[in-house]
Design a protein around this ligand. Structure first.
Ligand SMILES: Cc1cc2nc3c(=O)[nH]c(=O)nc-3n(C[C@H](O)[C@H](O)[C@H](O)COP(=O)(O)OP(=O)(O)OC[C@H]3O[C@@H](n4cnc5c(N)ncnc54)[C@H](O)[C@@H]3O)c2cc1C
Length: 470
């Protein structure tokens, strides 16, 4: 690689999503010379932060709740997998970072659900397609950039970081390539990796995330290739448990039409009914919610061989729940919906074994009636989502796909965003933030904490640690 351009700054940030921009702006507020390196050349470079629905929550709990309660929720949903220091930081600082964002001009409104006290304005959740221009995430990133420019910092677009350089144990610089193929080098007192995760790189997701990543829906900006993870590992960083992703179960037709991307989810339909394989049998606990089910689907030999089953009551009640619900948006977006007056006919239409489906629904309905859902194989929990009987015609079948939004595992950090070696020692000069990092979410239970609360808090804390060190 040629290295004909040398750039020098105090703080170099890799990736211009929310985590990188918060780290950059907060560092610039502290008087540091800041450069942000963003690989995509476009003025409105696409990233998960531009597409986001913009809802701040902590494990689907309001960030205004007692931090001690939020921290224990994080430990609970992750089955104790989260680092306690990170859990505490995110639980405590979720509201602090929102107040700081408001102070630099980011606007929020209240969302429609009880835990949504803060949602980016204007709202981004819209039916049918990638309509992000002029909405929450887009406005937020442009506001951050304007503020950064006022303080003398800037985003260098079309600059992809590829390799960290260490000197005497400290990260002092990195090398990369510009969109025109020319190399560049950056010298900085602190480097922050904020490249958004590895969800779009099948070489990295095959195994920990899915048996066959090509059979998943990329429910993301497709920019997270795990460059940061690879660079950090090569520089001696540890990585957290890489299993698990945040995502949703969607209509398989979202693979062919943007009208069904990234909504509507099938989560609440299957959470009241069931999801089966081609043999008509259930393969997971639907009561654990869409993210857990999507993770289970991803680990099937063929993640695409799955169908959500419901009846008229579920379609009418749970199908209309939440923002952009499948009833009516799935039909309006041209998604496949099989309807039939009997389960046998439904199975034939959906390409499922009829005898298998009839037997499975009977066993399930019996268990709903006798409240013995825990005895089903696999067991069906109801502490999060009620199980409805599947008995009222017409019956419904929806071909499904697991949508991956971002990977939960990543670079090991402490609560100050300092990158850690596998032994837990900080690597001098190196920080990471956002969905590039691990240690908060995921684990055996695929616990989802919240992409925005994690990204914003880790970005802010990395900057504050950099300022404190200097
Ligand atoms: C449709 C959708 C809806 C969502 N809704 C919510 C929600 O309501 N609530 C919530 O909590 N979370 C939500 N999320 C998740 C949340 O938006 C993300 O977790 C968050 O935006 C991630 O921020 P980030 O800074 O880590 O990564 P990103 O925003 O992805 O930014 C990373 C940036 O790094 C750049 N980059 C990558 N590699 C390199 C490299 N080598 N060199 C230089 N630059 C590089 C990328 O191009 C990108 O611009 C949603 C996500 C999506 C896709």
């Amino acid at each position: 690689m040629s290295t004909d351009e040398l750039l020098v700054c105090d703080v170099a940030v890799i990736g211009a999503g929310i985590s990188g921009m918060i780290a950059a702006l907060r560092s610039a507020q502290g008087g540091r010379r800041v450069l942000v390196f963003e690989k995509t050349p476009d003025q409105r470079y696409i990233c998960n932060s531009r597409l986001t629905a913009g809802i701040w929550h902590c494990c689907l709990t309001d960030i205004l709740d007692d931090p001690a309660v939020l921290a224990s929720r994080i430990m609970d949903v992750t089955g104790g997998n989260a680092r306690p220091d990170l859990a505490k930081a995110v639980a405590t600082d979720g509201i602090r970072v929102v107040r700081w964002m408001q102070s630099v001009g980011i606007r929020f409104i209240k969302g429609p659900n009880h835990y949504q006290s803060f949602m980016l304005s204007p709202p981004t959740i819209t039916p049918q397609g990638r309509q992000w221009e002029g909405r929450g995430g887009d406005v937020m990133l442009r506001t951050f950039e304007d503020e950064l420019n006022k303080l003398g910092g800037k985003i260098l677009r079309g600059h992809r970081a590829l390799e960290l350089v260490k000197s005497e144990g400290k990260v002092t610089s990195f090398a990369g390539q510009k969109a025109d193929g020319v190399g560049f080098r950056v010298q900085a007192k602190a480097v922050v990796i904020a490249d958004g995760g590895f969800q779009a790189n099948p070489e990295l997701t095959r195994g920990p995330v899915s048996r066959d990543p090509s059979r998943l829906l990329q429910r993301n900006a497709a920019t997270g290739m795990g460059d940061g993870l690879k660079m950090a590992q090569a520089a001696g960083a540890g990585v957290s448990d890489l299993r698990g992703f945040y995502g949703h179960v969607q209509s398989r037709d979202a693979l062919r039409t943007d009208k069904l991307w990234p909504y509507a989810w099938l989560d609440y339909l299957l959470g009241a009914g069931m999801i089966v394989g081609p043999d008509g049998k259930r393969f997971t606990d639907e009561g654990l919610g869409g993210t857990v089910v999507a993770n289970e689907m991803a680990q099937l030999p063929d993640p695409l061989d799955t169908t959500v089953i419901a009846d008229e009551r579920i379609w009418a009640e749970r199908g209309t729940f939440n923002m952009v619900p499948p009833n009516p948006w799935l039909e309006r977006g041209g998604g496949t919906i099989h309807r039939a007056s009997t389960l046998e006919e439904l199975a034939s239409k959906a390409g499922i074994d009829p005898a298998g489906l009839v037997a499975q629904v009977k066993a399930y309905n019996d268990a709903v009636r006798t409240q013995e859902l825990q005895r089903l194989v696999p067991p069906r929990s109801t502490h999060k989502l009620d199980a409805y009987p599947i008995e009222k015609a017409p019956f419904y079948a929806f071909p499904a796909v697991a949508g991956i939004t971002y990977t939960m595992g990543g670079i090991s950090i402490d609560a100050n965003g300092r990158v850690l070696t596998p032994d837990g020692d900080p690597i001098a000069g190196l920080y990471a933030a956002g969905c590039a990092t691990g240690g908060l979410e995921g684990g055996e239970k695929k616990g989802y904490v919240g992409g925005l609360v994690k990204s914003s808090v880790t970005g802010l804390r990395a900057a504050e640690a950099i300022l404190a060190e200097a």
